[in-house]
Design a binder for this molecule. Structure first.
Ligand SMILES: *Cc1c(COP(=O)(O)O)cnc(C)c1O
Length: 488
């Protein structure tokens, strides 16, 4: 069994084994002609059920054959130009190379004595990101598992900053008074975080958005006033720079003004829009981000990085101290005096992947402009897609894209019942998924069902968009035709 351990004597076996796996994936990527096979849960479950985990095959080739059957054949392939559903990007090769290196060396980024250079590389990437944001020299940050964790940590810092010098039961009583302001289309991790942080059920105040799906700052100002008047504490405003549903960017400079005026922590959730930090022509769309107290970035969304790769950045390094605990077995206090850099002092996680290496390899091979160019391309594509949709009488499209998302709904001329139109759109999404020809997402707007393209693949063309719109219309028409038959 020791021959399976990766070490000095097995380096050759490692090379062969991993190469064999890579060759399978390469062959798969080269030949996938659809983003999905359309396999059903019922068809796939028994194949996985029947495998006896207590009877190993002892042979890598046989296990890879089996993997083809239980996973590779029917996986959802984000690199396919007709995968248009969620915030998943095709990944860049330098990052995948980084992934292979980081899992083989297996550094853990909690302490210097488990990572050495890895710690410095992560710190340099944090500094690089902060420079792009426009934060000053006091800024800092840490890599996290994803945007949800980044948002949680940001709100933890905001909570602690909102009531300096308090502790114990007094603190938890005052938790009831804390309020977070976020737009009605902000990410659900804001509410989850509030719950985890022990805030009251009504702690997250939902601020309406305009037709452009951006937070209405007049409403925000009104709610902040009300908060003060009621003797409550405006703990934080979460501005979303790229909403999950629409890619809309809240008005950051106006929100920064209000945060300053009311003494609220400004968090910018740029999980999606962070790609603009590398953009050559659209960076201005997130101007004002430099006034935030904290920023969430998901490199695994708009920097074309494999999951996971994310960070929380803060204007003032000292605020990360709210997450600092010292343990004799790991990061004793004396190490701070000895200036030993232990990233665990800033993190909610302990053992932590060296995800930063993927971004490092990407920047060293392609450069930031390369990433920015890819993101600019998908934003341009969304603009073209919007024109197609706006000119297409079969469709209603919600808002001109600020990033790379299109939300639309099939509206047959002959049908006026909105509930029937809802059903036709829901049916079309399901039928398309079952066909495997394309994958699209869905959401609700104004109580009605809409469909969504999240465009993150520069290989997707306007022809792909047109073709998928035709497929959707075809499925929806089929549903309505059958529905007429049922009625008659
Ligand atoms: C995706 C997303 C998140 C959550 O990020 P994960 O990496 O999926 O945890 C948070 N906020 C916004 C706006 C997002 O789009």
């Amino acid at each position: 069994m020791r021959s399976h351990l990766l070490n000095d004597t097995t380096a050759e076996r490692y090379r062969r084994s991993v190469t064999e796996g890579i060759e399978r994936v390469a062959a798969k990527l080269a030949t996938t002609d659809r983003p999905f096979t359309g396999v059903t849960v019922d068809a796939l479950s028994p194949r996985i059920e029947q495998i006896d985990l207590d009877k190993p095959l002892h042979d890598t080739t046989a296990v890879l054959d089996e993997l083809e059957d239980v996973y590779l054949r029917d996986a959802i392939y984000f690199h396919h130009p007709r995968y248009l559903a969620h915030l998943n990007c095709p990944v860049v090769i330098p990052a995948v190379l980084g992934e292979a290196v980081l899992s083989a060396v297996n550094s853990s980024l909690d302490t210097w004595d488990q990572s050495a250079g890895g710690t410095l590389i992560e710190r340099k990437l944090v500094d690089w990101t902060n420079e792009r944001i426009g934060f000053g020299p006091a800024a800092d940050g840490v890599f996290t598992s994803g945007g949800s964790q980044s948002n949680l940590q940001a709100l933890l810092l905001a909570r602690e900053e909102a009531k300096p010098g308090q502790g114990g039961s007094e603190a938890s009583a005052s938790h009831a008074k804390l309020r977070i302001f976020a737009s009605e289309v902000s990410h659900f991790s804001v509410k989850k975080s509030a719950k985890l942080l022990g805030l009251s059920q009504d702690s997250v105040v939902s601020i309406p958005v305009g037709n452009d799906k951006r937070m209405q700052t007049v409403a925000l100002a009104r709610e902040l006033e009300r908060c003060k008047r009621d003797g409550l504490v405006p703990m934080a405003v979460v501005a979303t720079a790229g909403t999950t549903d629409f890619g809309s960017i809240d008005p950051l400079p106006e929100i920064a003004e209000l945060c300053e005026q009311f003494g609220a922590w400004m968090h910018v959730d740029a999980a999606y829009g962070c790609g603009l930090l590398a953009s050559l022509k659209n960076r201005h769309r997130i101007d004002g981000i430099e006034r935030a107290d904290s920023v969430t970035v998901d490199y695994h969304k708009s920097f074309f990085q494999p999951v996971s790769s994310s960070a929380l950045l803060v204007r003032d390094a000292a605020t990360l101290g709210h997450a600092t605990y010292h343990a004799e077995y790991l990061n004793p206090r004396r190490m701070v005096q000895e200036r030993i850099p232990n990233q665990v002092d800033k993190s909610l996680q302990t053992t932590r992947r060296f995800d930063a290496l993927k971004l490092w390899m990407t920047l060293r091979v392609m450069g930031a402009d390369g990433i920015g160019q890819l993101f600019d391309e998908v934003c341009d594509l969304a603009g073209q897609g919007w024109k197609l949709l706006a000119a297409d009488p079969r469709y209603d499209v919600v808002v001109e894209p600020s990033l790379s998302t299109l939300v639309f709904r099939y509206i047959p001329a002959a049908v006026t019942d909105p509930a029937e139109i809802d059903r036709a759109n829901l049916y079309a999404r399901k039928a398309l998924f079952a066909s495997g020809d394309a994958v699209v997402a869905g959401t609700k707007v104004g109580g009605r069902h809409f469909l969504k393209f999240t465009l993150l693949n520069p290989e997707t063309t306007t022809d792909d968009i047109s073709a998928v719109l035709d497929l959707i219309a075809g499925h929806a028409e089929q549903y309505l035709g059958e529905s007429l038959d049922r009625a008659s």
